[in-house]
Design a protein around this ligand. Structure first.
Ligand code: BG6
Length: 316
């Protein structure tokens, strides 16, 4: 659907507008008393979130372009129906099938000051071991926080095994001064060790997560709430979740960023990924007729607004 057709079918005056973005494809622009958000139809990928009175929460590559076969780096890519490499077939793309596909808009709504867009992507044919008809539905809700609800609906005849992530790129002042609270005492798989094809050393987090080189970890998190503490931007970003028992923390650092090619000079210093996931051992089996919901709630507050604790990690 073109942006004018989307606007005619789903635009809501003063709340949701569809237009062609300068990145080269249609986007939904959400606005409410709580702020603004921008979501590309490609990948149902949130590209921007600015809470009222605040600044941009998400990092987006300066090289981001819509409408190419390559997934856009930045914002919140949806990795579905698998996270990372395909479980059995190395020829399949990393992070699933829907990052560069155009999703359908099926509904827009306003509830009080909250604004919501619902996107759906359905597998047309059986692909990579997943049955035709398998659907992902993503609700993006701009309210007091930004909420993403990713619902997988298995209308087929067989159970499926699902891994996935809401691969959130959070904008930070400088990665070297950022810490992540909320993961103390959690076991994680270090995807960088030992080096080689089959990686995954098991470790235990002590204290805050700090960044002094590449970090690529899948934390097993019973009730995960990760908080990014950013003294340079003077804010904390809380990522609360539901339907997830795993959180991925990733920063590519210098060499991997250079290999990726779309991070930009020193771009790795400007983001940290806190990914709300079902990943690693957190594989979900979805029976025929059943559904699974994965939710990420992203809340940003300035140090002054985040209570007496400010950026004190003990207060998180
Ligand atoms: C992270 C993975 O989720 O995504 C990393 O843990 C990976 O291993 C990163 O490098 C980026 O993946 P991609 O496919 O967007 O380059």
């Amino acid at each position: 659907m073109t942006a004018p057709a989307l606007q005619a079918a789903h635009g809501l005056a003063g709340a949701i507008a569809f237009h062609d973005s300068e990145l080269g494809g249609p986007v939904a622009h959400l606005s409410s008393a709580h702020g603004t958000a921008l979501v590309a139809l490609q990948g149902a990928q949130v590209l921007s979130y600015v809470p009222r009175g605040g600044t941009e929460v998400l990092w987006l590559s300066p090289m981001a372009r819509l409408g190419t076969a390559k997934a856009v780096r930045g914002g919140i890519p949806v990795c579905w129906p698998w996270f990372g490499p395909h479980p059995t077939d190395p020829r399949q793309p990393a992070h699933g099938l829907v990052r560069s596909l155009c999703w359908r808009v099926v509904e827009t709504a306003v509830h009080g000051h909250a604004v919501r867009v619902r996107f759906v992507s359905t597998l047309e044919t059986a692909t990579a071991g997943f049955p035709a008809g398998l659907s992902a539905q993503l609700d993006v809700t701009l309210g007091e926080e930004l909420a993403l609800d990713l619902v997988t609906i298995n209308d087929g005849d067989e159970a499926i095994e699902l891994t996935q992530a809401l691969h959130t790129y959070l904008k930070v002042g400088d990665i070297g001064s950022v810490t992540v609270a909320g993961l103390h005492g959690r076991p994680y798989v270090d995807q960088l060790e030992p080096p080689g094809q089959r990686r995954g050393a098991r470790k235990l987090q002590t204290g805050l997560v700090v960044f002094e080189g590449e970090v690529d970890r899948i934390y097993a998190t019973g009730d995960p709430i990760a908080t990014v503490l950013d003294p340079l931007l003077g804010r904390r970003i809380v990522v609360d979740t539901d339907g997830s028992a795993s959180t991925v923390v990733w920063n590519p650092w210098i060499e991997k960023a250079a290999r990726l090619g779309d991070v930009g000079p020193d771009g790795y210093r400007a983001f940290v990924c806190i990914e709300t996931a079902n990943a690693g051992a957190d594989v979900r089996t979805i029976q025929p007729g059943a559904a699974h919901r994965l939710t990420a709630m992203i809340h940003a507050a300035t140090a002054a607004a985040s209570g007496a604790g400010g950026l004190n990690p003990e207060a998180s």
